[in-house]
Design a protein around this ligand. Sequence first.
Ligand SMILES: Cc1cc2nc3c(=O)[nH]c(=O)nc-3n(C[C@H](O)[C@H](O)[C@H](O)COP(=O)(O)OP(=O)(O)OC[C@H]3O[C@@H](n4cnc5c(N)ncnc54)[C@H](O)[C@@H]3O)c2cc1C
Length: 389
Amino acid sequence: MDDLNYDIAVIGGGIVGTTAAYFLAREGMKVALVERGRLAGGTSSKSFAWINGTSKTADENYHRLNARGLAAYCELAVEFGEDALGLNPAGSLNVVRRSDAAGYAAAKERARVLAEFSYPATWVDRKVLGAMEPHVNFPDDAEALYAMADPCLNAPHFVRFMADQVRARGGTVYEDCAAQTLEVRDDGQVTGLVTEKATLHTERVLLAAGPGTPEVLSELTGYDAYAARFPLRKVPGLLLRTPSNSPHRLIRHVLYLSMDAEIHMLPDFNGGLKIGADDTDGMVEADSALEHLHNVAAILLDRAKDYLPGFAGRDCLDKCELTVGVRPFPEDGHSLAGALPGAKGLYLIATHSGITLAPAIGGLMAELITTGATPEMLKPFTLERIKGF
Ligand SMILES: Cc1cc2nc3c(=O)[nH]c(=O)nc-3n(C[C@H](O)[C@H](O)[C@H](O)COP(=O)(O)OP(=O)(O)OC[C@H]3O[C@@H](n4cnc5c(N)ncnc54)[C@H](O)[C@@H]3O)c2cc1C
């Protein structure tokens, strides 16, 4: 650590902080990326990692921010190539049954809204569905919303790749180096960041600590109330990764099967499946005992086997990797991104759907920080909307 002067220090080596660091470095800033553990050691490595605007149709601004994320990955893929990024352009299928009147109507309505938003998606019937996923045992009345541009991501790989790009643009990545406190002048201007290893001299700090954001904000500023009042919920979710199914890939798309029992699966980068479900997420905590996780995972494997006759199901439980990730979930469900009101030089990003949103918000935050003007697309998501800030 010789030259400790930086244009900006970014706290958090998950997908959100690392991608923002990349866009800042691309703008010509000298960036320090500070991670208390290893890169991608937090939620970003325990994510389903489906990149999409498909599931976000309730609010147009939020949909467009997610669609911008998808577009930003396409731009990065043109620059670096999909393999370098760890991007699989799989497309997604949200499968419903005609006999489930409410579920079917909701999916049709989503298709209508996506068409209105010019999002790349179409409706497919049972015959086409069967041809698209030949190993899956769909009911006779199944149909699907097909979002052909939705990819999935090897998120830890992507984070490490983005960190390499930060280094290539003259930035420094500090791992095993927790950020501790801010140095601040009497007029409120940030002047430095004290870390476990050294004090970095910088007038700008961007906090992207995922689910730890409220606590880290309190530590940095010495203002305890942030930890209690910051509007972020921590929502755990269980995923399991099966061993490779070689020689069969079993599925080709990101599948959301909203039928008798919900399950979502995608073709994992190891040749196996990554599997989760919304209801089983509600059965786990961040500190659930392994035995309990195994019981919940067995439910997921049974459901997967119902759809995939060629799959080992719970017979492969011992060889599966189980993870419980903690979602940083803003209370109103939408991203928090912008300058911290009242602080000079302190910025923050905290968001769910961070895999999808990282390159959208990272690019927009780099624009905000380098120009001082908030981009239109970011305006609905700044921190001013939080009462009491
Ligand atoms: C089960 C599950 C499924 C999901 N599925 C999807 C999906 O399909 N699509 C999607 O878009 N999103 C999905 N998400 C959400 C997405 O994974 C998260 O929004 C995203 O990973 C958050 O990234 P992050 O960088 O903010 O947080 P993290 O990855 O947690 O990174 C924050 C980093 O900050 C570091 N840190 C904390 N404190 C300090 C400190 N004091 N000093 C230095 N470093 C510090 C941590 O060590 C950590 O590495 C899912 C999440 C879960 C749990």
